[in-house]
Each structure stands twice: as structure tokens, then as C-alpha cells.
Ligand binder design. Structure first.
Ligand SMILES: [Zn+2]
Length: 346
């Protein structure tokens, strides 16, 4: 009897204990998952400061060796140097670039060259995000045959365009991070390209128009998201009364080099279509997105594009306009394979 009673008492204890263990393990798992979500590994901070001469040299090497057995890819070269300098590009020396070019050309692998650089994967990921669509294959047609069919030239190189069309002047300085105070105190997250009102603005990279409307800070502004979702380009303060190319709207796809808008001085006004800037200019910004949560909010990563703007001076879009037309169009047919692929797939 004693044993039986004891047995009866033990059973509920065992059951309770089992339930407690199971429940706590479920909670522990749930907590682990939530921690994983919150601490998901993605890049949260970037300081971009590669000098344009380093980009130019890396591009030249990339083009020169693109058909060789041992290539010298643009992103690899810059990632090796970024990792070597721990991002302190003030230390950049041409000899260092030459060293990596020669090593890669002699057949040494990227993994062997980067093995002592702890930060190599970080820089590779960052520079991949910045440059993945700037360099590559493209086609351009500048003439037609006797039947009027375009003759295309196959090209490889810088396929992203300067945001300012060919033949139009602009000036700029290193103004990233300067203080701005309209509405609230904040830092300047782009580069101001001072140009005449009406200067045509072209799309730097192909993508989808995410914003094309008025905003009290940027005035008439356009936001274009790259097809891979990793970059967001912001073009602001467009021209009063005729800010954008007629018909351009949110959801449209644009090709690199295509005219999208005109330089103006709108913005800094709660009222629409008001010139609130002191001088006409294009505010050009570039945002990197490693996780969807970074698209809008306090974790946005905007990079200093001053040197990128100088680098893009090597590729400018030539536009034409008939006197009776309101807008410009590209003079030559530019075929971006990424744009073609996206348009075909949708
Ligand atoms: Zn600005």
C-alpha cells in the first residue's frame, strides 16, 4: 500500500517535470530563433572612400586582362587593397595595386593573396554591393547599315553612366557628411553637383523607379532601385514645372544612360513645386542595402559618392533633342544585358 501510494505520488511529479522540460526547451528554441532574427549577420556600417585613381587603375587592369588565363578583376583588386589598408584608403599607393595585379597575373589565387587579411570578406561584400553592375559587358550602336538596321559594337568596361549628360558642365566638392538643418539637424548624405537649371540628368545604373514625386526635402526627386535590390540611387531638387522626363512614373524600368530628369533647385519647402534651394544643383545619393530593414529608417547606409562621380566621368551619355520635342533621348542605342534580362523576365 505504501509503495502503491508512493508510486501514485511520483507519477504526477514525473509528468509535471517532463512538461516543464519540454516547455522550457520550446521557449529556449523560440528565443534562439528571435535572437537569430535580430542578430542576423549583415553589414550595418560602411565607410566608402576609395580614391577615383584607384578605381581607374583597377578598371584598366580588369579590361587589359579580361581575356587572359589569369584575370585581375576590379572588385578583387579593390577588396585586397581595402583589406590591406583596413579601409584606410589614405594609405593608397600605386605600387600596392601593381603588386596585386602582378601576383594575380602570375597565377596566384585570390584566396591565397587574401589569407592574411582578416577583413577581406567584408570588403569584398561591400565592394560587390557598390560595383557589381558598374563594370561588365554591354553593346552600343552608333551607326546603322544600309537598311537602317543598327550595327552593335560589343564592349566591356564601365557600363554605369555619369548622372550628368555628355556636354554639360558641373562642379562639385567633398560635401558628404556636412551639416544640414532644414526640418531637422542631419548630415548631408550625398554629393551636390552644381549645374545649370535644365541640365539633363541620366540614370547611373539600370533599375526600377521607386520614387518619382515631390518631397519637402528633396523637392522633385527620383529614387531608382537596382534590379538586385542592393543599391538605391537618389536624384533630388529637379527642375520646377518640368522636373522629369514626360511620362516617367513609379514602377517604370529605366536603362543606364537614359535621361530621367532635369537639374533644378526645388525642395526645402512644404509647398509643392517651390524653389527652396539657393543654387541649381543635382543632389546625388547612393544607398547600400544588405538587408530589407535598411531600406528606410535609421539604419540606412549612404556612401560618399564624390570619387564615384569622378570615376563615372569616363562614361557619359550622349543625348539629342528635336527642337519641337519637350524632352531629350539617348543618341545611341545602349544595350545593358542586366536591363534586357530583367525586362524579358517580366
Ligand atoms: Zn545635397
Amino acid at each position: 500500500m505504501f509503495y502503491k501510494n508512493k508510486f501514485i505520488t511520483i507519477i504526477p511529479i514525473i509528468i509535471c517535470f517532463t512538461i516543464a522540460v519540454l516547455t522550457s526547451s520550446i521557449f529556449v528554441h523560440a528565443e534562439d530563433n528571435s535572437q537569430n532574427n535580430n542578430n542576423k549577420e549583415y553589414i550595418k556600417w560602411v565607410k566608402f572612400n576609395i580614391p577615383s585613381e584607384a578605381m581607374e587603375k583597377a578598371l584598366k587592369a580588369d579590361i587589359e586582362n579580361k581575356d587572359s588565363e589569369h584575370k585581375t578583376p576590379f572588385i578583387t583588386l579593390l577588396s585586397l587593397l581595402g583589406a590591406k589598408y583596413w579601409g584606410e584608403w589614405g594609405k593608397y599607393k600605386t605600387e600596392d595595386m601593381n603588386y596585386f595585379i602582378e601576383k594575380l597575373k602570375s597565377g596566384e589565387s585570390e584566396s591565397s593573396l587574401s589569407q592574411n587579411y582578416e577583413k577581406f570578406p567584408y570588403f569584398q561584400q561591400v565592394y560587390q554591393a557598390v560595383f557589381s553592375e558598374m563594370i561588365g559587358n554591354y553593346q552600343i550602336s552608333k551607326q546603322t547599315d544600309s537598311n537602317g538596321t543598327p550595327i552593335f559594337e560589343e564592349k566591356y568596361g564601365l557600363k554605369a553612366y555619369s548622372p550628368i549628360a555628355y556636354g554639360y558642365k558641373f562642379s562639385h566638392c567633398r560635401d558628404f557628411g556636412n551639416s544640414r538643418s532644414f526640418g531637422y539637424r542631419r548630415n548631408h548624405l550625398g554629393n551636390d553637383l552644381m549645374a545649370q537649371t535644365g541640365t539633363p540628368i541620366v540614370a547611373v545604373e539600370s533599375g526600377i523607379v521607386a520614387k518619382c514625386a515631390w518631397n519637402k526635402y528633396g523637392g522633385w526627386r527620383i529614387g531608382i532601385r537596382s534590379f538586385d535590390g542592393q543599391r538605391y540611387y537618389y536624384y533630388a531638387h529637379c527642375q520646377k514645372d518640368h522636373p522629369f522626363i514626360e511620362g516617367l512614373k513609379e514602377g517604370d524600368t529605366v536603362c543606364a544612360g537614359q535621361p530621367i530628369a532635369y537639374v533644378g533647385m526645388t525642395g526645402y519647402s512644404t509647398k509643392e513645386n517651390v524653389n527652396g534651394m539657393q543654387k541649381p544643383h543635382l543632389h546625388f545619393g547612393m544607398q547600400l542595402i544588405f538587408d530589407p530593414s535598411q531600406e528606410e529608417g535609421k539604419n540606412e547606409i549612404w556612401i560618399d559618392v564624390y570619387d564615384i562621380i569622378n570615376f563615372l566621368e569616363h562614361h557619359k551619355s550622349v543625348l539629342t533633342k528635336n527642337p519641337e520635342d519637350k524632352d531629350y533621348k539617348t543618341k545611341y542605342i545602349f544595350e545593358d544585358p542586366t536591363y534586357r534580362k530583367f525586362v524579358k523576365s517580366t
